[in-house]
Ligand binder design. Structure first.
Ligand SMILES: [Zn+2]
Length: 311
């Protein structure tokens, strides 16, 4: 016969549990947030946010780079911290992460319509300025942290990728576009924005050619992609078979989970500027070069005024 062991469990009435749970969760969140603020103070992560313009701490979240993504990408612990800074260091007021704030900094510094750079000190002010409001802008896939501000631009064309939609189709009020087959006319935009998108496009050459086509001569594509140290040459992690299935050519990586999310087709390396030059752009790498302690570069591609058709 089995002997039964009595374990003492305090009996908390369910009504009391319901009362205590929000307190416990609230306390836990508060402690977590206090830790993030303490980290910002310890590492002197205070600056003016280029998106909302407010001065404040930047909250670092190491957990945004999941262990499986870290393992599959094979980057050093130092580089993973830099990657986590790129994907966090959030502004507590507007939520913009470092990657969004750097894109905003670049937008504030550019002479997008041939004017001198904007006197605006934040994206919030910039979108209200007449020169920004004159721009024809494409935001291809929502850029977290920038999107709500960009929506205020009168000539913004915002689109999302959906594999169940035809390019150009509007679903629930949102235009669907595929970077390999954009449905915009030639020379439609002064500025195209993408962030952490190009690595997920199966045919990179087609995407770059489409971006080049829909930019006006002199127009810019401002973007970020994952740039990891120690990758000298861009390589394909996967390719799409004619039947639409994925063939893996190297360790499969997906964002954001590593083993779940959107599959990575291109892993970009140090030759990225060369790839963009060959696609017919003039190229600037801002906040570069890629270093173990800074992986948050912003790339500016400009379609030359006297544009030659790319090979
Ligand atoms: Zn902010």
């Amino acid at each position: 016969m089995q002997s039964s062991v009595e374990v003492f469990r305090p009996v908390i009435p369910s009504r009391l549990k319901r009362l205590l749970l929000p307190l416990w969760n609230g306390g836990h969140q508060l402690a977590w947030r206090a830790g993030e603020y303490a980290g910002a103070i310890r590492h002197r992560r205070f600056d003016r946010c280029a998106v909302c313009g407010r001065w404040g701490p930047k909250l670092y979240r190491r957990w945004v780079i999941r262990p499986e993504l870290e393992r599959r990408s094979g980057v050093s612990p130092l580089a993973v911290e830099a990657w986590a800074r790129k994907e966090s260091c959030d502004c507590p007021f507007c939520g913009a992460k470092l990657r969004a704030r750097r894109i905003a900094e670049v937008l504030l510094s550019l002479d997008l319509l041939g004017d001198p750079p904007s006197p605006a000190r934040s994206l919030r002010d910039w979108v209200a300025s007449p020169r920004a409001r004159a721009l024809r802008v494409a935001e291809v896939n929502e850029i977290e942290g920038l999107h709500t501000f960009l929506l205020q631009l009168p000539h913004l064309s915002y689109s999302e990728f959906r594999d169940d939609a035809a390019p150009g189709e509007v679903i629930a009020g949102i235009r669907c576009e595929h970077l390999e087959r954009l449905t915009y006319a030639d020379a439609s935009f002064d500025l195209i924005l993408t962030s952490e998108t190009l690595e997920h496009i199966p045919d990179l050459t087609a995407a770059l050619s489409e971006i080049h086509r829909v930019l006006r001569p002199g127009g810019r594509h401002v973007f970020t992609v994952p740039l990891l140290p120690g990758v000298p040459k861009t390589f394909a992690r996967a390719r799409l078979r004619p039947d639409g299935t994925i063939e893996h050519l190297a360790t499969p990586v997906a964002h954001p989970g590593g083993d779940w999310g959107y599959p990575v087709f291109s892993e970009f390396g140090a030759d990225l500027p060369e790839i963009l030059l060959n696609a017919g752009f003039e190229v600037d790498l801002m906040f570069g070069p890629v270093r173990n302690d800074d992986l948050c570069q912003v790339i500016i591609c400009r379609k030359p005024r006297e544009s030659i058709i790319p090979k």
